[in-house]
Design a protein around this ligand. Sequence first.
Ligand code: AHG
Ligand code: MN
Ligand code: MN
Ligand code: MN
Length: 307
Amino acid sequence: MTVSDPVVEAVVATVSRSATEIRQGLVGRRGAVGEENPSGETQVEADIWADELLADRLSAIDGVSQYASEEREAVIDCAGSDGGGASAGNDGDNGDESAAPRDGYAVAVDPLDGSSNLTSNNAMGTIVGVYDAPLPARGEDLVAAAYVLYGPITTMLLATEDTVSEYELTGGERRLIREDVTLPEEPVVYGFGGRVPDWTDAFSEYAREIETELKLRYGGAMIGDVNQVLTYGGVFGYPGLKSRSEGKLRLQFEGNPVGYIVEQAGGRSSNGEQSLLTVEPTDDIHERTPVFVGNESLIDRLETHLS
Ligand code: AHG
Ligand code: MN
Ligand code: MN
Ligand code: MN
């Protein structure tokens, strides 16, 4: 099933084709490279390699006017219509950053979500948000969002303005396996990030309630944990912490795209107060936010606890 908008379809097809290559390219690229990304996190070789692969391919798509990623400082203004992509460069010194971004779509990417799971060989993901340019943008400016899950099987969850679909990715092709994906009514699983002593009292109260009702599923890669929630129903959260009230996850690259997918699947998202998609972004493309996604009732209860 293809997406009606040809530019969005080109982005989705490029990501699903690249996913097979990314999965195969993880072998031998597990080592830390001794550099930090703009969020101050240690980068592994696969973080940078996947980012460069996706930057080259996505920025070459006609209609994509900006490329941004968790792994590079600046938003790249793509050459777009004349097809010259931003050639790889990890510090965003390619492409013409000075020109005001043209109309078209801006693609925000988390090339490898949960890359610390490479060392322990656990699930990871790739997250892509397709926004009406320019970035930074509100989640409401998303026209599509997708994530690839590198699990036992490589799958993609794709949300457009119409529906949420699940695909199996094999040999560069995407095969539709589930249409109209919706969050199950009855919640079953939960997963909360951050260290328990670093949780605020209000969040701890909420977590203590949820722990008596649901089963713990926390694997250290948001995409793996969110896929559990989308499959079984429940809640995933990475709360604001005592040590860092904005939490860990990035609004543009993680919170908005995943919030969009879960809301399109009939659930809710929140930063603790409001839908992530309504959060007015700052001009920091790497800004962090508390992230909660899952069944509406569970998110409503969370906001009551935190209010
Ligand atoms: P990334 O690898 O893209 O930086 O994302 C890691 C994030 C997210 O995937 C996950 O939910 C969270 O970090 C896990 O954080 P902790 O290690 O603090 O649990
Ligand atoms: Mn990271
Ligand atoms: Mn991530
Ligand atoms: Mn990442």
